[in-house]
Ligand binder design. Structure first.
Ligand SMILES: [Zn+2]
Ligand SMILES: [Zn+2]
Length: 437
């Protein structure tokens, strides 16, 4: 009796293992090729073309150049559809862009690509966030789903999303009428690689999984003067200093400590020479929060603090600080729908075993994947984590109480095997579980 019940599930798992095993060496080669040829956000032309070609070969109907940025330029988004009778419509998303980082991993397939960034500066380019892992996992998943069609019903809607790092790619695809043209999905899933877990494992969070990200620009305006005659001006450098220190009291004194939030000034520019008081200082701020309330407290606090500092310095009203919230560079909270997260976790446990599926604490990075769920979280979305660090190196680092470099680090080094094997098996198993009548 036990054997009769267990046999179909076992056969399905073995079947999928066989499919994944068969694809693996090709996927590893594909991964290395993508890794060696990274492209910055807004420039994913060749990566998108490669993905489109692979998905067409796997039997999907592919549409390229889906996406419009606010300035009217075209995005390299792609949509690949595989229909398999009546059933749910499942969106699976990969991002495709790389970062302006000079790679220092030393792997044989390291990137040596250099290019100009939007500001015209010469920069290195590296897949330092592992979006190459995601693209390759999607290719493997697409093939595996095509090969296991007898096990699922419905429509697979694969999304190759550009410009995740600049967080305007998901919006660009929706602005190009993604759902009007290709139908609105019932559910949406994605994965992201991580250095906090060993390759071979996956992790999942229920509820808020990643913070919202709010980009704010502040220009502290003063009155320039000779550095030896401060009384003749209003010094924006001193104001910026006061502003920076006071800003940290928003989180520590004004915001509810049970609702974590972060304010970071990552960029500050002002002045040209030591003996000149400049006219202005520009600062770029990122704010992270798990709730809309905390986000609002921070935005209001940034405005109030800037105004207050300028007021106390005696800056005239017409030179008040300019505070700009950049909606196009901001994302909502990445919210893992609890009911869907439970289904995804059950499928992961069934495919990988309970030991390799880890309940994860919410993280403080940000993602624009949640935008595919639409305002008000109309479409349930879940993103799960994919361990990417060599298990032996991971364990050795853990024993010393540390982690190896992670995303956005020049030494972040996902190990292709078993990361890709686990990614394809995990994503395919989740998709099959969700694509049932
Ligand atoms: Zn990233
Ligand atoms: Zn990323």
């Amino acid at each position: 009796m036990f054997c009769l019940l267990a046999a179909p599930a076992l056969a399905a798992a073995q079947n999928l293992d066989a499919v994944v095993n068969g694809e693996l060496s090709n996927l590893v080669e594909t991964y290395k090729g993508i890794h060696e040829h990274p492209e910055l956000s807004h420039h994913e032309e060749h990566t998108a073309a490669l993905l489109a070609g692979e998905l067409r070969k796997a039997g999907y109907t592919v549409t390229e150049r889906v996406g419009k940025y606010p300035d009217g330029s075209e995005a390299y988004g792609l949509v690949a559809i595989l229909q398999n009778g009546p059933g749910p419509k499942l969106l699976i998303r990969t991002d495709m862009d790389a970062l302006p980082i000079v790679e220092e991993t030393g792997v044989a397939y390291a990137s040596h690509v250099r290019t100009k960034n939007a500001a015209g500066q010469d920069v290195g380019v590296m897949h330092a966030c592992g979006h190459d892992v995601h693209v390759t996992t999607m290719i493997g998943t697409a093939r595996a789903l095509a090969a296991t069609r007898a096990k699922w019903h419905g429509t697979v809607m694969l999304i190759g999303q550009p410009s995740e790092e600049t967080i305007d790619g998901a919006r660009a695809m929706l602005a190009d009428h993604l759902y009007d043209r290709f139908g609105t999905p019932d559910l949406a899933i994605a994965l992201h690689d991580t250095n906090t877990r060993a390759a071979g494992t996956v992790s999942i969070t229920s509820g808020p999984a990643l913070t919202s990200s709010t980009s704010v620009d502040v220009v502290m305006r003063g009155i320039g003067a000779h550095g030896a005659q401060p009384q003749a001006g209003k010094d924006p450098v001193v104001m910026a200093g006061e502003f920076i220190v006071q800003l940290q009291t928003i989180v520590s004194r004004q915001e509810d400590p049970r609702d974590p939030a972060i304010v970071t000034i990552g960029d500050i520019h002002g002045g040209t020479k030591r003996n000149i008081i400049p006219n202005e200082v520009k600062m770029e701020i990122t704010a992270r929060a798990y709730s809309d309330k905390a986000r609002q407290i921070i935005v209001d606090g940034i405005r109030r603090t800037a105004q207050g500092v300028a007021l106390s310095a005696g800056v005239p009203a017409d030179l008040a600080p300019i505070v700009t919230v950049l909606d196009a560079e901001s994302t909502p909270v990445m919210y893992n729908d609890p009911a869907l997260a439970a289904r995804v976790k059950a499928a992961l446990v069934k495919a990988l075993g309970a030991n390799d599926v880890i309940d994860e604490e919410p993280g403080t990075a940000s993602e624009d994947f949640g935008i595919f769920g639409l305002e008000g979280r109309k479409i349930p979305t879940v993103m799960f984590g994919l361990g990417a660090i060599d298990p032996v190196k991971f364990a050795a680092a853990q024993a010393e109480g540390r982690l190896l470099p992670g995303p956005h680090n020049s030494r972040f080094e996902p190990v292709p095997e078993p990361t890709l094997r686990t990614g394809v098996k995990a994503m395919t198993s989740v998709a099959i579980a969700l694509l049932q009548k």
